[in-house]
Design a protein around this ligand. Structure first.
Ligand SMILES: CC(C)(COP(=O)(O)OP(=O)(O)OC[C@H]1O[C@@H](n2cnc3c(N)ncnc32)[C@H](O)[C@@H]1OP(=O)(O)O)[C@@H](O)C(=O)NCCC(=O)NCCS
Length: 171
């Protein structure tokens, strides 16, 4: 079974360092950030989102645990990934928003993310919320396939076109 367990403070500090690095890398890959700016931007954004770190109100940090039994019938209870979800308020409408989900590469395609999302729905209901939102980069086809399989629908699209730059533009 896949379960969500609140992160300890130690786990959280390791997690945050990884989340900042991971977000910077994704921003470079998507073309949102220049490589030399990406880390500083990601750190700034995380500081803005989490002024009180793990204790920032309305932010929840979970380890995703697999507590299935191994071949010797012993409980494995291992951490297979992480999940960060928050309650956001847009125009007076409160909903859950997933900032980050990651399954460790060794445990991917075993249904952990899918089951974590099912567990998340129960958690979100206990907060009195009825919607979960998230952002996914266009290059991340695997995550998009996961969300579609869970019934998530696209509510907007960012678009861009790369045009040739010139040192001497003529208009
Ligand atoms: C995206 C991610 C969370 C999926 O985790 P996972 O535990 O491997 O996903 P699941 O095993 O629950 O997948 C469920 C279904 O989603 C789809 N899916 C998941 N990963 C996929 C991939 N890489 N390619 C295509 N489809 C994929 C499949 O339909 C899959 O069912 P199947 O394995 O029976 O075909 C994981 O790949 C990951 O951590 N990626 C790096 C971080 C990331 O991109 N996070 C999302 C940010 S928006």
């Amino acid at each position: 079974m896949t379960t969500l367990v609140a992160m300890t403070a130690d786990f959280f500090s390791r997690y945050l360092a990884q989340a900042i690095g991971g977000y910077a890398a994704q921003n470079v890959e998507s073309g949102r950030s220049a490589p030399e700016e990406a880390m500083a931007q990601s750190e700034l954004e995380h500081r803005r989102l989490l002024p009180q770190g793990q204790s920032t109100p309305d932010h929840y940090f979970f380890e995703i645990r697999d507590d299935d039994r191994d071949s010797n019938d012993r409980s494995r209870n291992i951490t297979v990934g992480t999940l960060w979800v928050a309650v956001i308020d847009k125009g007076g409408v409160r909903s859950a928003y997933i900032y980050n989900i990651e399954i460790d590469p060794a445990y991917r395609r075993q249904g952990h993310a899918k089951r974590a999302f099912v567990a998340l729905e129960s958690f979100v209901e206990t907060l009195g919320l009825s919607t979960i939102g998230l952002h996914v980069f266009a290059f991340n086809r695997g995550a998009q396939a996961l969300y579609e399989s869970l019934g998530y629908v696209v509510t907007g699209l960012n678009m861009q076109k790369k045009i040739r730059s010139s040192d001497h533009p003529q208009y």
